[in-house]
Ligand binder design. Structure first.
Ligand code: ADP
Ligand code: MG
Length: 403
């Protein structure tokens, strides 16, 4: 979709803002450009819509050299969102949102319908906010209008330069979530500039880590965090990169442990015998449809059925959730393991050892060059997902309640 080929930008005062930059962005991909202030991110972005012209090299958009396209027509194919938005203060929210459709000569009815649709898409009510002026909105609402305006003419490409930089952390977090949800629906190709590593990791399909005038590493967040290419990148992503990786590595059904399973309604004595035979500390209780009822602990009562003794599994997460959510569930419920569910069905359990193994695997898969697959942690003893291995964890024994 976008290709930078040996692009250099030198400003008239001799500053080299970008030096021999080459990278590409695939269609439908959200790429974050991240790095400290002054390293050339904005310059890089503005060369795509020709607000700045390169000194050398070329930029291709869908295979076409943008230097040969008319800049005005080029910009109509590219949505542009900047910090503090640049909304027209004397135009209403609806009028602001219609800016590009207006330039494109859409009829008034079509413009209005599109603007209203987009305001709803970014979480604003057109009948409430549409007739307001930008000064009558909160910072977060103005940013949403900025995004709606950029999407109005349905451009295939969005350029976003620190779009959420001017709002407080709580609003920023919400805007990020909303934007991710929006991107799921519209699947634009997005270049997103930020100096915030957390934001870059959270939003990016891939991230380009900028040093002065150049890209130090261009890869998925999991790989950048798990295997920084240079000491500069390692320093920039921070010493807590292991923690950050928990947010970008999903729980996978293939990497779980499988403690013994007993059926709801079966005799408690049978469950006790199974646990003793397997040397396992607990068994998972499932209903006939494979749904998770709870668990029974070893050494418990043997009278009646397992239903009489089933304890609630407090810590549970869906397949695909970030490892961070699983870890957080274990901490919150003081549990040694968390159950993993796939829709209504139980899929297995995650323990600290399998969590560590999953982090390690994500580096090895992503960093196919095998550069440095270390999680920065010593190997957790016995990490693995053996079917028959006894698991050592405890689920919330202290405050477990029978269900
Ligand atoms: P970033 O967006 O990463 O903060 P910029 O692309 O804005 O970085 O700037 C990169 C470098 O180019 C900086 O050293 C900045 O001072 C310089 N620069 C940016 N714009 C100009 C300009 N118009 N004239 C001269 N130098 C500039
Ligand atoms: Mg900038």
């Amino acid at each position: 979709m976008i290709r930078f080929e040996n692009v250099t930008k030198r400003y008239p005062d001799g500053t080299t803002a970008v030096d021999d930059l080459s990278f590409d962005v695939r269609e439908g991909e959200l790429v974050t450009l991240v790095g400290p202030s002054g390293c050339g991110k904005t310059t890089t972005m503005k060369m795509v819509n020709r607000l700045i012209e390169p000194t050398a090299g070329r930029i291709l958009l869908d295979g076409e050299d943008i230097a040969r396209t008319d800049p005005v027509r080029l910009r109509r194919r590219i949505g542009y969102v900047i910090q503090n938005v640049g909304l027209f203060p004397h135009r209403t929210v609806l009028e602001n949102t219609e800016t590009v459709p207006h330039l494109l000569g859409w009829t008034r009815a079509k413009r209005r319908a599109r603007a209203a649709e987009l305001l709803e898409l970014v979480g604003l009510d057109p009948s409430v906010h549409g007739s307001r002026y930008p000064g009558q909105l909160s910072g977060g609402q103005r940013q949403r209008v900025g995004v709606a305006r950029a999407l109005a003419a349905d451009p295939p490409l969005l350029l976003m330069d620190e779009p959420f930089g001017a709002v407080d952390p709580v609003v920023r977090e919400r805007l990020q979530s909303e934007f991710l949800r929006l991107q799921e629906q519209v699947r634009k190709t997005v270049l997103f500039v930020t100096h915030d590593i957390e934001e870059a990791v959270r939003l990016g399909d891939r991230m380009a880590v900028f040093g002065p005038g150049r890209i130090e590493q261009y890869d998925t967040p999991a790989t950048v965090l798990g295997s920084p290419a240079t000491p500069y990148v390692a320093d920039f992503v921070g010493s807590d990169r292991g923690m950050k990786r928990l947010s970008v590595t999903p729980v996978e059904a293939g990497g779980l442990e499988h403690p013994p399973v007993v059926r709801a309604g079966s005799p408690a004595a049978e469950a006790a015998a199974l646990l003793a035979e397997r040397g396992a500390p607990y068994a998972v209780v499932l209903d006939a449809d494979g749904g998770l009822r709870g668990y029974v602990a070893a050494g418990g009562p043997t009278s009646g059925t397992v239903d009489d003794h089933t304890l609630r599994v407090e810590a549970r997460v869906p397949v695909g959730a970030p490892l961070k959510q699983a870890f957080s569930a274990m901490l919150q419920h003081d549990a040694g393991w968390t159950a993993v569910v796939d829709g209504d069905r139980y899929a297995g359990v995650l323990t600290p050892a399998t969590l560590h193994a999953a982090l390690r695997r994500s580096v090895n898969e992503d960093g196919a060059d095998g550069r440095n697959g270390s999680t920065g942690l010593p190997d957790a003893a016995g990490a693995g997902a053996d079917e028959d291995r006894a698991v050592g964890g405890r689920q919330a024994e202290p405050d477990a309640t029978a269900s």
